[in-house]
Design a binder for this molecule. Sequence first.
Ligand code: DAH
Length: 367
Amino acid sequence: MSGPNTSYDPVRVAALSAEEVERMRAAGVAAVQGAGSLEELKAVRLAHAGDRSPLALANREIGALPPQARKEAGMRVGRARSEIATAIARRDEELQTEQERRMLLDETVDVTLPFDRDPRGARHPLTVLQERIAEFFVGMGWEVAEGPEVEAEWLNFDALNIGSDHPARTMMDTFFVDPPSARTVLRTHTSPVQARTMLTQPPPIYVVCPGRTFRTDELDATHSPVFHQVEGLAIDKGIGMSQLKGTLDHFATAMFGAGITTRFRPSYFPFTEPSAEVDLVCFVCRGAEPAVDSCRTCKGEGWIEWGGCGVVNPRVLVACGVDPAVYSGFAFGMGIERTLMFRNGVHDMRDMVEGDVRFALAFGSEV
Ligand code: DAH
């Protein structure tokens, strides 16, 4: 604040003239009214009502006026400043109201919209596919059989003609269950359910057994230590390779549609004789000719293995109490993951085991 000015210079206090004060007041009020937002109003307040605003600066000069002029100039400036302050308060209120109104509009919730308070998960496509496979066989008059996941070593191996010194025993990377004296394993395939069924029901037998199986494999794009198979067993009079082939072709058509190419490749399993592996044409490169060496799914083979099958070895029939002179049969075991991969173009096994609900949701409740 300037102190009383003895050497009064009217030029220096021209800012206090009635016209000048009126001009500053009018400019201030106009700026306030022009403020379109609270932010803008903040800047206007600083410019027209702040400590360094023209009116505040003019106010400092009042002391320089002769005493008789001070009162008048003081009132003039005071009135102008209070008018601006009032305009600011009014505009502030208007802008606040407007902002609240806009916020309410923006945040409007339409309570009549349909909602899903508890988003539901989805059944895992492997589960749905197992059921679908079972239904397919039930439709042909077969039954569904089940067996335990912790299985007797004898049923998992010996009953299936895999003796304790048989190489197949070490080839199936087995999880053994403690204590060793209990001679139990996590079943390495669903084939022990064949033995269980023959031991508990007389022929004719037509059973299918989808279930979980275990091997000491590392998880990667094509392997998982926990996977699923579907086992099939038919024991009756006069049953052989041709019924097997017919059944599996029918099964393949049900799974993959008409026209899907399959091939039987001679193979070996201790529990079947003769044995074959069933291949499906690779679902990625479609068995392109010449072979696509870079195809990671079939490694350039053009085919992927679907499962194994064969005519039940008479030694298995004997071990399970079925007379091979009267009965014969066929059996097969298919990978369910492979079936899903092929059917639905799933390229990585890990997607099936990671438990991300988005993977399952993509299938809906049907596969
Ligand atoms: N158990 C075999 C495996 O896990 C698959 C298999 C092959 C099952 C031939 C069968 C069969 O029933 O007859 O590799």
